[in-house]
Design a protein around this ligand. Structure first.
Ligand SMILES: O=C(O)c1ccccc1NCC(=O)[C@H](O)[C@H](O)COP(=O)(O)O
Length: 252
């Protein structure tokens, strides 16, 4: 893995992921369809949005300690097509148990948001979609995509550059995220999505991740080609249902 120039907080996240290791028995998942959830949102006039249960993060002050299940239900009530649940405990306040509880409480697809580095890292908790970050998985990406699909997961491959998009597509990804947050510097620039999105081929579901705060941001990402958006902080800050409703109804 190339960790040159990576922010100290992210090095710490990766060290913690390595020391936690993987899960136990090989998982077999019967997933809720992400594509169907996005299509249903579109048909209903909502912007397809993956709302993230994100109690804290290295770039957030404080921690939101409300029951994650209650937050998740509010996100769905606000129109979220799918949810993302952090399972990283040391820097994001998440846990596999939280994801299990949330997934049992809602009927939309649930993404496991964590820093999976190897095949054992897939077998921690069942989810409908699993995140693989191209930068951290490197040459193992194709094998990990296949291993995740063998278990039944849908796979979101996160990228930040055109080169990573090419690697993701070569690895067979059919859902690609472009993260506006640079994991080297931790700064956020919505221009990243605008620059990188044209490298994503037709037919690949494209998700704009991070830094979306306002309804103008939603429209900007949609104009740049986002099929869906993944939003954490802007939803977690304040009334979760109202925040989700505002962003899911930010149509042109
Ligand atoms: O959010 C962080 O501070 C962070 C720091 C280091 C590595 C990853 C980080 N975030 C992971 C994410 O991808 C975001 O939680 C997700 O895209 C939502 O972003 P936002 O809407 O900006 O909260």
């Amino acid at each position: 893995m190339n960790t040159d120039g990576i922010a100290p907080e992210v090095r710490s996240i990766l060290d913690a992921a390595r020391s936690r290791g993987g899960g136990g028995d090989r998982l077999s998942v019967d997933p809720r369809s992400l594509a169907d959830a996005f299509a249903a949102a579109e048909a209903d006039g909502r912007v397809p949005l993956v709302a993230e249960v994100k109690p804290t993060s290295p770039t957030t002050e404080g921690e939101r300690t409300d029951d994650p299940v209650a937050l998740a239900r509010e996100m769905v009530a606000g129109g979220a097509a799918a949810l993302s649940v952090l399972t990283e405990p040391d820097h994001f306040g998440g846990s596999p148990e939280t994801l299990e509880r949330v997934r049992a409480a809602v009927d939309v697809p649930v993404l496991r948001k964590d820093f999976v580095l190897d095949e054992a890292g897939l077998d921690v908790v069942a989810a409908d979609v699993i995140l693989l970050i191209a930068r951290f998985v490197g040459d193992d990406l194709a094998d990990l995509v296949a291993a995740a699909r063998d278990r039944g997961f849908q796979v979101l491959v996160e990228t930040h550059t055109r080169e990573e998009v090419e690697a993701a597509v070569a690895a067979g990804a059919d859902v690609v995220g472009v993260n506006n947050r640079d994991l080297a510097e931790l700064d956020v620039d919505l221009g990243t999505f605008e620059r990188v999105a044209p490298a994503v081929p037709e037919g690949v579901t494209l998700i704009a991740e991070s830094g979306v705060t306002t309804t103008d941001d939603v429209r900007r990402m949609r104009r740049a080609g986002a099929d869906a958006l993944l939003v954490g902080s802007a939803i977690m800050d304040g009334n979760v249902r109202e925040n989700t409703h505002r962003l899911t109804h930010a149509r042109e």
